[in-house]
Ligand binder design. Sequence first.
Ligand code: GTP
Ligand code: MG
Length: 326
Amino acid sequence: MAPQNKEAVEEETGLERIAKLPGIGPATVSKLKDAGYTTLQAIAVVTPEELHADTGIPLVTAQKIISAAREALHITFKTAYELKKERMTVKKITTSSKNLDSLLGGGVETRIVTEFFGEYGSGKTQICHQLSVNVQLPEEQGGLLGKAVYVDSEGTFRWERIEAMAKGVGLDPDEVMKNIYWIRAMNSNHQMEIVSKLFDFVPKENVKLVVVDSVTSHFRAEYAGRENLAVRQQKLNRHLHQLIRLAEVYDVAVVITNQVMARPDVFYGDPTQAVGGHVLYHAPGVRVQLKRSRGNKRIARIVDAPHLPEGETVFSITEWGIRDPD
Ligand code: GTP
Ligand code: MG
């Protein structure tokens, strides 16, 4: 890249403010960019430890960079009243099932992470497909007139399903498919890199929903065995915090899935004890446990959402997508 181009790019993203800090050279700026920190927003929301781990930049420098990014973005106190107003403007995406929507307090919310977890075939991927379609609906029909990003770690995304679901809600299938950005995550590092890049991509493309289906599979495969559990948890936590920030910073809905084994005793006992189910326990957001029922029926249950009452409901998976049972 020619030097003047490079400057132009830095000016666009705001990274030139970082480049001007005393003691910051072009090598540091390159390290930031290589690790996916291409905007001030992305930098402002990490901890110095994370920035250090992601880029290799010394901790003290990382601290300096983060402070500068926060200053540049005028990140400061909010009043409780402002928080209340923000809370009232949280937007919701319909699931196309009234039952499921009510369980979720109106639909899947922006600004937080919603996790669907459950056994294979419980409907996690189908719900992700449905939301990727429904986010494109006008607000009066339960959408946000926005686009979707689908991070697919298992290779189970099907455009055919999108087509059917788009028809099912009366949208033009081709238009709907054009507004869903699909990417296959090849491994856990790639998955995290993709999310870093989303801090740049999401605001540019009017994305209102980010799906990661599934959030855990690569981490499980790569860090199998008890002896790797601690490292896996640590890395997964970093990934989840990336996602939480993405939701908060850009007012988008982030939906993640997590396969856990079916254990009826656990389903009606303490769900946080489910195999792998404790993974996201400490992350804020909404957790929905899914379970297979008779035929195409599925049971959904809210687990420890601070602002939602506990409860469960039934929905079905039909040819046209998620619906209330007949
Ligand atoms: P894993 O990813 O394996 O953990 O499962 P999951 O929870 O993601 O399950 P998924 O959402 O893929 O649900 C699969 C179920 O959806 C199937 O058992 C079918 O009942 C239903 N399903 C999938 N595709 C279709 C379809 O084209 N038509 C209909 N009617 N149902 C479908
Ligand atoms: Mg799936």
